[in-house]
Design a protein around this ligand. Structure first.
Ligand SMILES: [Zn+2]
Ligand SMILES: [Zn+2]
Length: 340
């Protein structure tokens, strides 16, 4: 089967790989129908996020069950399913403390990073990590479960209330999923700050934001401006501290290496919470249920899809150019999918 394989930064190739087979009674093999291209994939390709050489990348997926082991009773061959790609063992100290998103086995079990992922035809998982996808919901929307679930985990930790004055920093897919999740939690107004003109144009064209939510290009902090700031860029903590109100909450979700200077005294004196979140913890089922409701408007976020063969064109749409080995914020798609 054809697969997108990572070798080293800026070197990915389409290669032939062996098809997986059932070895254990709990195994399930899913024929992949759609996989979303995630910011993590772009960071792997550009060398900002470590992945194992020779790994098949891709992790946000939905498809159809084509084979299963003898123990798998709750799913049938032919079922449409969503894959939770974040393996956890259930036995390590972190898992036993409820920190399944920090499972100690994770370093060797992350689909699309340390073990083979889903930019290919077939993916082997176990029954524990698949969820049903309703017949009328497109696979592309099913593939949005993983990022939505990560966002829902962050929102749960933030314990938001509908009255918070809210800013989302970054209008990429994660920022837009935060918008959807916060709206579902009753936050009717907010501002999304996005510096890429082309992305702003796309968000406007797709008519994504409900009344009450606005777009702005430049985040110029003012004192006591927001009660809730979601930083999806991972590089605006200093500015967020200048804009956060007393008692406010700042959510850090972007993975970016950089140093920021903040005054710890201020965190105490002004009762500020800075809350980090990675991956998903006990929210995958919620994400699947929301997606199966069909009410989220996800079709507006998914603006392009490509075949495996056209992977490099799909990357170009997202500002990632394999020929020039460069990334820019001139983009022509919000969320892109690889469909098979
Ligand atoms: Zn992802
Ligand atoms: Zn574990």
């Amino acid at each position: 089967m054809k697969a997108i394989v990572y070798h080293k930064p800026w070197e990915i190739r389409i290669e032939e790989r062996e098809e997986p087979v059932i070895n254990h009674a709990d195994d399930v093999i899913v024929e992949i129908c759609a996989t979303g291209i995630c910011g993590t994939d772009l960071s792997i390709i550009s060398g900002e996020y470590m992945a194992r050489p020779q790994v098949i990348i891709g992790h946000e997926s939905a498809g159809i069950i084509v084979a299963k082991g003898s123990n798998v009773e709750n799913h049938q061959i032919g079922d449409r399913v969503i894959i939770d790609p974040t393996f956890y063992c259930g036995n390590c100290d972190h898992c036993r403390k409820g920190l399944r998103n920090h499972c100690l086995a994770k370093a060797n079990t992350e689909a699309g990073v340390s073990i083979d992922g889903t930019f290919t035809k077939l993916f082997k998982t176990t029954s524990r990590f698949i969820y049903p996808l309703k017949d009328h919901i497109p696979f592309e929307q099913g593939a949005m479960s993983e990022p939505l679930s990560c966002v829902l985990t962050a929102v749960k930790k933030l314990a938001v209330s509908p009255f918070m004055r809210t800013a989302i920093l970054g209008g990429g897919p994660i920022g837009l999923l935060f918008y959807i999740a916060l709206k579902e939690h009753g936050i009717k107004e907010g501002v999304i700050y996005e510096s890429s003109e082309s992305r702003i144009k796309l968000i406007e064209q797709q008519n994504i934001l409900a009344k009450g939510w606005k777009l702005a290009t430049e985040f110029i902090p003012e004192k006591n401006q927001y009660d809730l700031i979601i930083d999806t860029t991972g590089s605006l903590l200093e500015k967020s501290m200048q804009a956060i109100a007393d008692g406010g909450k700042i959510s850090m979700m972007g993975l970016r290496n950089n140093l920021q200077t903040i005054n710890p005294r201020e965190i105490a004196d002004r009762s500020i919470s800075i809350i980090g979140s990675i991956d998903s913890q006990d929210t995958f089922k919620h994400a699947v249920d929301l997606i199966n409701s069909g009410d989220l408007g996800l079709e507006k976020l998914i603006t392009n899809s490509y075949s495996l063969d056209d992977f490099s064109d799909a990357l170009k749409d997202l500002g990632c150019n394999l020929e020039t080995k460069s990334r820019t914020n001139v983009i022509s798609s919000l969320k892109s999918m690889i469909t098979l």
